[in-house]
Design a protein around this ligand. Structure first.
Ligand code: ATP
Ligand code: MG
Ligand code: MG
Ligand code: MG
Length: 564
């Protein structure tokens, strides 16, 4: 491609609205233009980067047995009503009506569509596991679309869904995706870290986020400085963090007042062979709907935040965030445990019933531990339950945690039977018994990954693309367009490189060399080959490495070999 023909509208000025580096540089370097808030057109060079990222993703997912499909962007409301998300997803969901008045939404994610598909088409355990994915535009009416491609309202996502017969199968699928994601981000040339994320329940690690480390990241992560330990988490994650002081440790011991044989919910879960995580989730979801609904109606005080173990975690899901925050007085930005001082805590009735079945007594006599402040533990203890934070001890080994900023480029998540149960998606097992699929979902923000690459790879002059995802590898620059010899030599090199499979452009514009050099640095080609009269007289051209800032003189007939 000749630069004179390329749609690559570089800008001298920094656009005023662009706050972060990637937003500024992608606009300035002519990679994209805004159509509306959080909605962009990707120009040719950006699209080349996107296609390269997508190719890496496809290779890594296909290697793990993924099958690519394409689902509709426009989704019928009925499926979302079946899953229960039509009412709880909130204003982030783009909703629309067809000419007959039927409700639809633009897919922010595709659990409903895929679960309905598999419900209809897969009916035997013999067809499992199944890994289906797509790469497609997603729509989320973000409260604050900003930072260019980082938080758009229309963006490209790769989403994969796994279907297994049981939890063990899900573990295998999850680990495959963990490996695929690690390979994808490594091959994109990014510095990243997988962290345990906030899954709405404590314990285990049934969700990880892949964080690209960058100052502009909206997420705060913490990691353990002890490399042997390796603990790393999103700061939104709540853990039972061991107290820093010894005295606190004593205070944090649950105060079992009534009976020596009262049970923790986790013990009850074990006794009944229910996964504690499952039980916790059930409790949280029930609580949220009831409590939030009641608070919205205003006919009830918030008095039924249920918890399973005050020492571990108290959580409400994000859907009710605004209301819950108001009701509890939790500070802005709340995304995890709430300050529950003055709130009465009760166990989920179902869990209470189970507990009583084990203990064989009533709530006041034999009861679950850590249910009532005052009775089971000191009330201030509740406020001590916290999110993992920099400077505090690592919940695994106790070493001080370090903080860092990160950009969430991907997330993997064990869903279990949440959607398959809601939508009645079952298969027949070896004994002919119908069982719900055990699912996982796995997303990568493709456009966000491109922006993250720029955040991590730039200097004051512009972008420095990692070679693996660079739009072109080489730009050939004749220093004067008036010198026929230079122009012809540049053309020759450009053709020779492309023939050898090195993706190259030639800057044939009638501009000063300085303008071309500045543009080349701004756009971020990994290699610039400068064809000048002096060098050429000695049979050489100058090879400039963008990342290293180094220049070497190379004989004309060795250019292709050197670059390859
Ligand atoms: P965030 O916490 O940044 O809002 P999310 O957790 O809501 O992201 P997921 O539902 O996990 O996002 O979606 C999978 C991936 O899609 C994310 O890891 C991210 O890379 C990407 N993504 C999510 N929202 C956006 C957005 N508004 N613009 C660009 N990419 C996005
Ligand atoms: Mg989001
Ligand atoms: Mg997130
Ligand atoms: Mg996420």
């Amino acid at each position: 491609m000749r630069v004179s023909q390329l749609l690559l509208p570089t800008l001298r000025e920094v656009p005023a609205e662009a706050e972060v580096i990637s937003h500024r540089l992608l606009l300035r370097a002519g990679f994209m233009r805004k159509a509306a808030a959080g909605i962009y057109t990707l120009l040719p060079l950006a699209w080349r980067v996107i296609l390269k990222i997508e190719r890496i993703i496809r290779e890594e997912l296909d290697r793990q047995g993924g099958q690519e499909i394409m689902m509709p962007i426009m989704q019928p409301a009925e499926l979302w009503q079946e899953s229960g998300r039509w009412d709880v997803y909130g204003p982030e969901l783009f909703r629309l009506k067809d000419r007959h008045g039927r409700d639809f939404c633009l897919g922010p994610t595709h659990e409903e569509i895929i679960t309905a598909l598999v419900r209809g088409e897969v009916n035997s355990y013999k067809q499992l596991p199944l890994l289906l994915y797509q790469i497609q535009n997603k729509y989320r009416d973000e409260r604050r679309p900003r930072f260019g491609l980082m938080r758009g309202r229309e963006f490209i996502m790769k989403d994969l869904y796994s279907f297994d017969r049981d939890e063990a199968g899900l573990d295998v699928s999850y680990n495959k995706m963990f490996e695929a994601y690690t390979n994808v981000f490594r091959r994109c040339g990014l510095q990243f870290r997988p962290v345990v994320a906030d899954s709405g329940a404590i314990g285990g690690s049934d969700t990880h986020e892949f964080m690209v480390l960058a100052e502009s990241g909206e997420a705060t992560i913490v990691y353990c400085t002890d490399e042997q330990c390796g603990y790393a988490a999103n700061e939104e994650r709540a853990e039972a963090v061991p107290p820093a002081e010894k005295d606190d440790a004593a205070a944090l011991e649950p105060k079992k007042v009534h009976t020596p044989d009262c049970r923790t919910m986790a013990e009850v879960a074990t006794f009944f062979k229910i996964s504690p995580a499952r039980m916790i989730k059930t409790i949280i979801y029930t609580t949220e709907k009831e409590t939030v609904a009641a608070m919205v109606r205003g006919d009830r005080e918030i008095n039924e935040i249920k918890l399973y173990n005050a020492l571990d975690c108290i959580r409400l899901e994000m859907a009710g965030e605004e209301t819950v925050r108001k009701a509890t007085g939790a500070s802005a930005g709340y995304a995890g445990p709430v300050n529950l001082t003055g709130v009465r805590l009760v166990a989920d009735p179902e869990v209470m019933a189970l507990a009583n079945a084990v203990c064989g007594a009533n709530e006041n006599d034999h009861h679950l531990v850590n249910i009532n402040p005052g009775r089971d533990f000191t009330p201030d203890l509740v406020t001590d339950i916290r999110l993992v934070k920099a400077g505090e001890p690592c919940p695994v080994c106790g070493t001080a945690l370090q903080g860092a900023r990160g950009i969430e480029v991907g997330q993997i998540f064990k869903l279990g039977d949440k959607y398959s149960k809601a939508l009645g998606a079952t298969f027949l097992d070896e004994n002919g018994k119908a069982r719900p699929f055990i699912m996982g979902c796995y997303g990568i923000g493709v456009t966000r990954t491109m922006a993250a690459a720029v955040e991590q790879n730039h200097d004051e002059r512009g972008i420095i693309w990692p070679v693996q995802i660079a739009p072109f590898h080489v730009i050939v620059v004749p220093v004067s367009h008036k010198d026929q010899n230079l122009m012809e030599t540049a053309e020759k090199i450009y053709h020779a490189l492309n023939r050898a499979g090195v993706e190259s452009v030639v800057d044939d514009r009638p501009d000063r060399a300085g303008v071309k050099f500045n543009d080349a640095d701004l756009v971020g080609y990994p290699i610039r080959i400068t064809v000048g009269a002096k060098g050429l007289a000695a049979g050489k051209v100058e090879l400039y490495l963008r990342r290293q800032g180094e220049t070497i003189m190379v004989p004309l007939d060795e250019v292709v070999e050197t670059v390859k």
